[in-house]
Design a protein around this ligand. Structure first.
Ligand code: SF4
Ligand code: SF4
Length: 600
């Protein structure tokens, strides 16, 4: 239930360690390779009530860390998750998820009020309800889902799938009050009287403006408002020429300061929160650009301070935007918004950016004020970060951080008010979807602890020595990553999902590329004769025999066998070659492997 520190052998599964909810991705990828799709689904679903949604739109930090990426390209983990959710997830009409996330067995005499029906609030609701709490979710709008429904365009996330995954949570017995906005329809004081505990998890839905001349002209829109309107089906007249100004809070703050003064002032991305917000702003800019193209704009341009290499966006996200004829203008700073005599927007003046970062990697944009360019535009959309409505907390609300988010203890998510927790955007600023889900799960565990419940520790991992071993294919390094299929660019109109998902053949083939990092090479020193055949055969030289005194172990003149467990690619050539069976393979059961499932 909790998401706590990992043991060494869990950490040594890079995909698992990188996932904020510690999904054991290697276990489900390997299960797909072995044709055990139901077990794969349950492994993906166990730590994540939004497994189907994440199969479509997760930022996939697991892929960034995947060990296969050291050889060529990472495993297409997210697309493989989609492959199994399409077979066993809610979108297939299946209730297989109940094997790992059924209704509660007991009802506890405590009630929890959750403010915000987005991924963080609903994940907390899911976990708390499973534990037996009465849960009521208060959602400001008329629809549950938060940024999943209001911020992510339909061409990336099918709405019926999202609705089904949300319904599965409501069906556990979660009460929902729609159109109930904190600060307007209900106060925090009233919620504290109604419930034994309150979790504040509402989104960052206030758009940030740009304080340059003309910044409030007619025709300048904030990204979040544009997405909220288009994703709810309202028509927004944006004309044919659209410019999207993209950049996170920190980048833009630094730019604004630099534009106003001759001397620049550097800003650092000081916390993990700010780093995530920078990335989220660029994803938002790309979503906005692609949505604008679907809303009828014929020329959509994204203008950024950063060069393409400096942008905190994934290669895939950028490629997809370029495929849809979105153009990019890098290394330009917005200087002035141009208007006609009626105050109506006509374009944007930019100046050149000489550099974005200083030698310490801090944001410190330097501009060339003589390098001026004019860009025509009917509409300018500002994708430069989102803010949290802290006024909604009222005068007796919890402490607010200098970043204008709810102040929390980062480990327990407790606020300054007893029995009130906060997480997700409300406490940390704009988050990725999976970080939001993780916060919901952490909050649920901490609230349970406050009521005397036990936070289940990390399941103790166990090393199981295998009789057999898994041998990587001889041509492992010649089987490249299979890219996720997408619909042709000329058919990308309207709301059809752009990604189409793997066929079975593709999925099995891609899954077989996984190195199975949960497998470990075990040495029985009593059988080792120090023949060094393992070192000879290792393709990446991670086993070596060296004089023991070099590493300060054993007797002078003896030999030590060195092995780098973090770099090993689990090919098993050394086991195969070892003449005395001193080497074997051990399977680390690890966290996140379903105990209830189709495989022991
Ligand atoms: S190779 Fe497989 S187990 Fe290893 S990090 Fe990548 S997906 Fe996970
Ligand atoms: S399994 Fe053995 S041979 Fe293969 S990379 Fe690891 S140490 Fe080297």
């Amino acid at each position: 239930m909790t998401i706590g520190p990992l043991q060494f052998y869990d950490e040594n599964i890079p995909c698992l360690a990188a996932c904020p909810v510690h999904t054991n991705a290697g276990a489900y990828v390997a299960a797909i390779a072995d044709g055990e799709d139901e077990f794969a689904y349950l492994t993906a679903r166990l730590p994540n009530p939004f497994a189907s949604v994440c199969g479509r739109v997760c930022a996939a930090p697991c892929e960034d860390e995947c060990r296969r990426g050291e050889i060529d390209r990472p495993i297409a983990i997210r697309a493989l998750k989609r492959f199994v959710t399409e077979r066993y997830g809610v979108e297939a009409g299946s209730d297989t998820y109940k094997k790992v996330a059924g209704a509660p067995l007991v009802d506890l005499p405590y009630s929890v009020g959750i403010v915000g029906g987005g991924p963080t609030g609903l994940s907390a609701a899911h976990d708390l309800r499973r534990l037996g709490y009465k849960v009521t979710v208060y959602e400001a709008t008329g629809v549950l889902g938060g940024m999943m429904v209001l911020g992510i365009p339909e061409y990336r996330l099918d709405r019926s799938l999202l609705a089904a995954e949300i319904q599965a949570i409501i069906d556990m017995g979660v009460d929902v009050q729609l159109n109930t906005r904190l600060g307007a329809d209900v106060t925090l004081g009233e919620l504290r009287e109604r419930h034994d505990a309150v979790f504040l998890s509402y989104g960052a839905f206030l758009g940030r403006g740009l304080d340059i001349p003309g910044g409030d002209a007619d025709g300048v829109l904030k990204a979040v408002e544009f997405l909220l309107n288009t994703n709810q089906g309202f028509e927004v007249d944006i004309g044919e020429n659209v410019i999207v100004i993209g950049g996170g809070d920190v980048a833009m703050d630094a730019a604004r300061t630099a534009l106003r003064r001759d001397a620049y002032e550097s800003r650092t991305v000081e916390s993990e929160f700010e780093q995530v917000a920078e990335t989220a702003a660029i994803t938002e800019a790309l979503d906005v650009a692609r949505t604008a193209a679907r809303a009828g704009a014929t020329h959509v341009k994204v203008i950024s301070l950063e060069s393409v290499e400096e942008l905190p966006a994934s290669e895939f996200e950028l490629e997809e935007a370029i495929n849809e004829s979105i153009s990019f203008v890098h290394r330009r700073g917005p200087a002035r918004i141009l208007t006609d005599a009626q105050g109506r927007l006509t374009g944007l003046e930019t100046i050149g950016v000489l550099s974005v970062f200083d030698e310490d990697g801090r944001f410190a944009p330097k501009f060339d004020h003589d390098d001026v360019q004019l860009h025509e535009a009917d509409t300018i959309i500002l994708a430069i970060g989102q803010a949290v409505d802290v006024e909604a907390l009222g005068p007796d609300g919890p402490q607010v951080s200098p970043r204008k988010t709810i102040q929390i203890d980062p480990d327990t998510l407790e606020t300054s008010i007893p029995m009130v927790w906060a997480g997700g955007d409300a406490a940390k600023g704009p988050r990725t979807l999976i970080l939001g889900i993780a916060d919901g799960r952490i909050a649920a565990a901490q609230i349970h602890k406050a009521f005397g419940g036990e936070i289940q520790g990390q399941q103790e991992g166990q090393m199981v020595q295998l009789e057999q071993f898994h041998r990587l294919d001889d041509i492992y390094d010649r089987i490249g990553r299979i890219d996720v299929p997408t619909i042709p660019t000329d058919r990308r109109i309207g709301l059809a999902e752009v990604e189409t998902g793997f066929t079975e053949e593709m999925a099995r083939c891609e899954a077989k590329r996984c190195l199975r990092c949960f497998a470990n090479i075990l040495l029985d020193a009593s059988k080792c004769v120090l023949c060094a055949l393992c070192a000879d055969v290792c393709p990446i030289d991670v086993i070596s025999l060296i004089p023991a005194e070099e590493v300060g172990v054993g007797l002078v003149g003896s030999t030590a066998l060195m092995f780098d467990e973090r770099a090993c690619i689990r090919c098993a050539l050394c086991i195969e070659r070892c003449p005395t069976d001193a080497l074997s393979m051990g399977l680390w059961t690890g966290v996140g492997v379903p105990r209830v499932g189709v495989r022991a």
